[in-house]
Structure formats: structure tokens, C-alpha cells
Ligand binder design. Structure first.
Ligand code: ADP
Ligand code: MG
Length: 249
């Protein structure tokens, strides 16, 4: 579905210093796959997502959508940032309806769909509540639901659980897989958590420190649906060791 080939990207900071974020990075995500991208802080993971969704263009290399390197990507890819970016002056439901509203979709239908999905997202009864009154976990689930309601085939998720405590993270990742089994969207998920990267994925890409490029690709051959107990199994340990070694830690 998406193929990133030999992509490099630099940023000019303060007019002069050139920071190379990505250097010859390649990866691909097949239709229906859940792929995770892991790497140290500052290695260019968010830059990779910004490039894929079309917010910026690479200095060199190519990005193809469904085999077409000249395809317009902006607006065809759902993108959820680490910060939830819920609008504080809109109720939860009005935040959820932002995408359909901007896209000019049938609002009656969108409203019904959003309301019907609230229980799955642990938000039942909160439609009229403002974001400030929600817990961080609820806000992240709301942000994910908002992204899903845009109904894009490809979802880019940038460390969505990064701000959560370890226990909530564990609950959220199992929950995310339940949601994913239901919607079957193609996902590229960025994280810096090794267990999270393995637990969620069909395939994991590991990136080097900046300038970032892919140093390792790992296919995760664990049955689905997965439960959290899988992380203590020997096969999971083997994946963890392989990934840590690739990351140089
Ligand atoms: P990660 O998401 O892996 O932590 P980023 O992609 O955010 O890394 O950043 C990679 C590098 O590029 C960092 O050194 C960051 O400071 C730099 N960078 C990212 N975006 C910009 C930008 N818009 N302008 C200048 N520098 C940037
Ligand atoms: Mg980032």
C-alpha cells in the first residue's frame, strides 16, 4: 500500500545548520498489515510519518501510494499525533465529527456511527463532555476514534500511548488490537517501546539513531488474537533480544 524507498530528509535550523533527520530510509506496509516502527528518540520517526502523509516531501528518494510515486498523499492517510489535539471548546462528539465535517460527509450517518462506537472506545455517556474533563487514556482513545472516523485506509499512529503510565499502556495496547481486528485498517505505528512494537505487529522495523534509516526488519509470527501473557513466552523473548541487538542496546 505504501512504499518508502531510499528517502532522505534534512532540516535547516536557524538558517544555517543542516540537520539530517533521515538518510536512505526504506520501508513498506502491505494492505491490512500492522507494522510498527521503533527507534531512539530523534531518529526521524515522526519525520517519516510527516513524509508519508504528505505534509512534507523528501529531499531524495520516493514514496508510493498503491504503487504510484506521484500520487497525492495528503488527505488520503489518517494521522494521529502523540498529542491528542482535541479541541477544548468542542464537546467529545463534536471533536469526533470534525473529520466528517471537514470532508463534507453525511453528518447524520457520521453522528450515528460515532455514537455507536463510543462503548468500544470506553467513552459511552461522554458524548457531551468537554476534553478537559476526560482522563489522558480517554483522550487518546477519543483521538484514535476521531482518526478512525475519517475512514482512511492507512492509519499513521505516532506514539499514541507515549504519555500514558505503564499499566494503562498495557491495557491500551490489548484494546487497540481489539479495535484493529474490527476495522482491519492498514496501520503504521511508531513507538520507542520494544515490547509494544513486538506485541502489536505483523512486522517491526528498527531504525538507527539520527540520521535515521532502517537497520532491521523482523516478522512477528505470533497468533492472533493476542493476549498480554504472550510477552513472557520464550518466542517473545527471542524477538525482544533480536530487536534490542538491532537497536544496539
Ligand atoms: P523522532 O520522532 O524519531 O523522535 P523526529 O522525526 O521528530 O524524530 O526528528 C528527527 C530530527 O529532525 C530531530 O533532530 C529533530 O530535531 C529534527 N526535526 C524534525 N522536524 C524538524 C523541523 N520541522 N525543523 C527542524 N528540525 C526538525
Ligand atoms: Mg516523534
Amino acid at each position: 500500500m505504501i512504499a518508502v524507498e531510499d528517502v532522505s530528509k534534512s532540516f535547516r535550523v536557524n538558517g544555517s545548520v543542516l540537520i539530517q533527520a533521515l538518510d536512505g530510509a526504506s520501508l513498506h506496509v502491505n494492505k491490512g498489515e500492522f507494522v510498527t516502527l521503533i527507534g531512539p528518540s530523534g531518529c526521524g520517526k515522526s519525520t517519516m510519518l510527516n513524509l508519508i502523509c504528505g505534509l512534507m516531501e523528501p529531499d531524495s528518494g520516493s514514496i508510493s501510494l498503491d504503487g504510484d510515486a506521484s500520487a497525492q498523499r495528503l488527505g488520503r492517510v489518517g494521522y494521529m499525533l502523540q498529542r491528542d489535539l482535541l479541541l477544548p471548546w468542542r464537546s467529545l462528539l463534536d471533536n469526533l465529527l470534525l473529520g466528517p465535517e471537514v470532508r463534507g460527509q453525511d453528518m447524520v450517518e457520521a453522528r450515528q456511527l460515532a455514537l455507536s462506537l463510543l462503548p468500544l472506545f470506553g467513552l459511552e455517556g461522554f458524548a457531551d463532555v468537554y476534553p478537559a474533563a476526560l482522563s489522558i487514556g480517554m483522550r487518546q482513545r477519543a483521538a484514535l476514534l476521531r482518526t478512525i472516523l475519517c475512514r482512511q485506509e492507512l492509519l499513521l499512529l505516532d506514539e499514541p500511548f507515549g504519555a500514558l503510565d505503564a499499566l494503562t499502556r498495557r491495557t491500551m495496547r490489548t484494546w487497540l488490537l481489539t479495535v484493529w481486528e474490527r476495522f482491519k485498517q492498514t496501520v503504521l505505528f511508531v513507538t520507542h517501546d520494544v515490547d509494544e512494537a513486538i506485541y502489536l505487529a505483523d512486522r517491526v522495523y528498527a531504525m538507527s539513531a539520527r540520521p535515521g534509516h532502517v537497520v532491521h526488519e523482523l516478522t512477528i509470527d505470533l497468533p492472533r488474537p493476542r493476549s498480554d501473557t504472550v510477552i513472557v513466552e520464550p518466542v517473545f523473548n527471542a524477538y525482544r533480544s533480536e530487536l534490542l541487538q538491532a537497536l544496539g542496546v
